[in-house]
Design a protein around this ligand. Structure first.
Ligand SMILES: [Zn+2]
Length: 227
């Protein structure tokens, strides 16, 4: 969650511009495709529609209220604004990243989900569902994405792309990279034949162990700070 004061919004806009440039460098989108947003209190800062990432400036980033009312923007907010707002309404997201990443789109055309090829998928909540195809920019796509996100921080949109969210833009973006890596790893595994996959019990064990280790780290940090 970002601060809702003007400093917080300024930082959010600058961060959106720098991560948007990374989207192209990391191969997660081409041209002006894909979009991202951060929540700042009751406002959502979202990338504008139709501006190339190379030309985007912080002041081009649009502001929209959580109920979809536009603030006074020079540019038009992303066509996928309804999907971003639906995700903020349904989850604890502080930032949302929507990509048109090649590995994920290829998988979406042939599979119902990205299965557990590696235990890192627990970072996304488990196997990632493929939501049915619905036209870009529609309320139907927003609803399909939210439904398929249940218990997950990532969803694949059939013949379209992917959406990830996180507590901030850095985490949402890292999850988009993780999703792309998992899809590529799964495709490589398929080239050898039928891959073995992790079971729900094995994933639950990984999640429990990760929690235990994070708890241990917090405790040791806390103890070190004591005089
Ligand atoms: Zn899209």
């Amino acid at each position: 969650m970002y601060d809702s004061d003007s400093d917080g919004l300024h930082a959010a806009r600058a961060e959106l511009v720098s991560y948007s440039a990374r989207l192209l460098d990391d191969g997660l989108a081409v041209g002006s495709a894909g979009n991202m947003s951060v929540r700042s209190g009751d406002l959502v800062a979202i990338t504008p529609s139709g501006i190339s990432y190379a030309e985007m400036r912080p002041e081009d980033v649009c502001l929209v209220t959580l109920d979809g009312t536009e603030e006074q923007n020079a540019e038009t907010p992303s066509t996928e604004t309804p999907m971003h707002l639906a995700i903020y309404a349904a989850t604890t997201a502080g930032a949302v990243v929507h990509t048109h990443s090649a590995e994920v789109i290829a998988l979406s055309a042939a599979r119902e989900e990205l299965p557990a090829i590696h235990y890192a998928i627990t970072g996304l909540g488990g196997p990632v569902r493929v939501a049915p195809y619905v036209r870009f920019g529609s309320d139907g796509l927003a609803a399909a994405a939210v439904e398929a996100l249940d218990g997950r921080s990532a969803v694949i949109l059939r013949n379209h792309g992917a959406v990830t969210y996180g507590r901030d833009l850095a985490q949402a973006y890292d999850r988009a990279l993780l999703l792309e890596w998992l899809a590529r790893t799964y495709r490589l595994a398929l080239s050898y034949g039928e891959p073995s996959l992790l079971s729900a019990a094995e994933l639950a064990e990984v999640t429990a162990e990760s929690r235990r280790r994070r708890y241990g780290e917090r405790r040791s940090t806390h103890q070190q700070r004591r005089p």
